[in-house]
Design a protein. Sequence first.
Length: 275
Amino acid sequence: MTRNMKVLLIVVINLCLCAIVSCFMITEEPPVKYEGPHPQTPETILEAFVDKRHINNPNPEQQQKLNERYPTEWLEMLLDRGIFIEDADDFSGYMSIQNSLRSSLDFWKSKPERWRLYGVQYNDRKTYEDAFIDRRIWEYQQLKAAKRKNRNVVWVDFLGADGKTVIPITNSSKYITVNITKHKGMGVGGSITGGGGSKLSEQQKFDLFYKGKHPWGWKIIYVDEANNVLPERPEPISREDLGFPADVPWPPKNREHLDQIIENVTRRENLKEDR
């Protein structure tokens, strides 16, 4: 087989694979849409998205469970906030907020700084719940908008001092948020504050902080100490950041090499003082 024929064969195989993948993507079943009537009411929403066998079940025990799981008061509150439930995904997303609200008071006690960051203060229960619900609705709507742009998005992260910088994530995403802190002298370091996918190795982290070498296949999001996304990639940690003289070999190969450099510089400084 000639080289041209091999190339042609590879191209044909790739096209076939793309066609197969596209077929699976096209035939993915869309969520059930709300078809009416209008305007929406809690009853019409439940009729559209909850199994009718449950809706019309005369069993009092089953009816009580249904009311607990899908309280009409919750749906009424959403409608009063101007929410329109377009499909089953919306229904599931908005209904899930009530579950997170139930457990959020305990979460508030453990991490109040996070909710303050999002503009949620605990002044009184009603104020807190309203702010919590508004925030969760906004988060769901950001996820929905991201999915419309890219159907492979499965969730979103929120960065920034106000938690409103939206980072869309897919199942195949491998990303981390990195803060490289540079203070005078030895107060230099880096931290990985979050991310998705598998973890970086210690060598990959070292190469990132000290060499500016990005691991293959990863998206690196640089942030400052307030968790704001930086517009440009910061320079890696340099010998000057660590207060080392210009004749020190740089960048170090790994953590052990850096430790050796620090030891040599310290020994040299001690010899100068002894003289």
